[in-house]
Ligand binder design. Structure first.
Ligand code: AQP
Length: 332
């Protein structure tokens, strides 16, 4: 059975983008795979997080993973900071990855923005830690949104260079699983920008804990252009906001952009947004309700995470110990 690994940062409340690009696929992949899903709090602090908020967001993220249907008795759900192997292997990878490789990472450029000198060094080496997250488990398949494609290519470069430098065939090749018509959900305020949980504007995203009225309001206010929806996919060219709203509907109904346009092409955005908001409310509010129910019982969520960390460490520790042996660390 192939081993899957993926992670999500507790850097805010998970968004519709996280759900359609990643989390929903995490749930679907449980059948037929061994899944290891991690709340990556070490990654989250690459941008400053208020400590109290971080703790709350971390538990809420874990509760959301359970609420979307991840079964912690069959698979593993845990916190990254609870398994030391991640940081240990990341240090080795800091010494394997080349500066030139990291300099090409577009996510660092996007997140550091113009004030690059002031970005944390953790943000710069973030992809090395991500490679360690996956390779500490010898995982071979990684379900992610499209924004993570470049990081996974880098993880494969790191694995290959490690294997080459130490003359071994130790770390496997990783295959990204980038699925569905909403692998990159865009901001509701700007169709050229990715929807992000840490975007300063709450109106730019749908949070998985938004209530029905909030969802409807955000969709109603979403930026659009004055033209009605086209009846064919060619009509979405140069219309990023229209494409985004069609992609969201397609993903939620397991359809294609073409299917959605066949059904709704010709509609003005006023009408289309009503249908889209109803669909979002139908699909998302049960997740919010289940997350809330789980959060009313923190000891249960924490016990799931403790058990997950124990089982995760049992897989990762021997793999990282072997990597340390290969590097030549002396065991005394
Ligand atoms: N807009 C998106 N569309 C599709 N997939 C997305 N993902 C994130 N945003 C979108 C996918 O969600 C998973 C978890 O992401 P993450 O928390 O590890 O980091 P991120 O990609 O940086 O996500 P955010 O929401 O933008 O977080 P912040 O604002 O903290 O940086 C990943 O698989 C990602 O591809």
């Amino acid at each position: 059975m192939q081993r899957i690994f993926s992670g999500i940062q507790p850097s805010g409340i998970p968004t519709l983008g996280n759900y359609l690009g990643a989390l929903r696929n995490w749930a679907a992949l449980q059948d037929g795979h061994e899944c290891i899903y991690c709340v990556v709090d070490l990654h989250a602090i690459t941008a400053f997080q208020d400590p109290k908020e971080l703790a709350l967001q971390t538990r809420e993220m874990a509760a959301t993973l359970l609420a979307i249907g991840i079964d912690p008795t069959k698979h593993i759900v845990f916190l990254q900071s609870g398994v030391r192997a991640h940081a240990q292997l990341a240090w080795i990878f800091n010494c394997v990855a080349r500066l030139g490789w990291l300099n090409r990472m577009t996510q660092f450029k996007d997140k550091a923005g113009k004030d690059r000198e002031n970005a944390s060094s953790g943000l710069y080496v973030y992809p090395n830690l991500m490679a360690a997250d996956i390779l500490a488990y010898h995982a071979t398949r990684v379900p992610v949104g499209d924004d993570q494609r470049q990081h996974l290519e880098l993880a494969n470069d790191i694995a290959q260079k490690f294997n080459h430098d130490y003359g071994v065939d130790f770390f496997p090749n990783i295959e990204p699983l980038i699925m569905g018509p909403a692998a990159r959900v865009m901001s509701l305020r700007d169709g050229t920008k990715k929807m992000s949980k840490s975007d300063p504007s709450d109106q730019s995203r749908i949070n998985l804990n938004d209530d029905a009225d909030t969802i409807a309001l955000k969709v109603r206010r979403a930026k659009t252009d004055p033209e009605p929806l086209p009846s064919g996919i060619d009509g979405l060219a140069n219309r990023p906001e229209a494409r985004n709203l069609v992609g969201i509907y397609a993903a939620l109904t397991d359809a294609t952009h073409e299917d959605v346009l066949r059904e709704h092409g010709g509609k003005g955005f006023g009408d289309y947004k009503k249908v889209l908001a109803d669909l979002l409310v139908e699909k998302l509010t049960p997740i919010a309700a289940e997350t809330k129910r789980l959060l009313a019982d923190p000891p249960y969520v924490d016990a799931v995470l403790r058990d997950g960390a124990r089982r995760a460490a049992a897989i990762a520790d021997p793999i990282v110990a072997k990597a340390e042996d290969l590097v030549g660390f002396l065991r005394v």
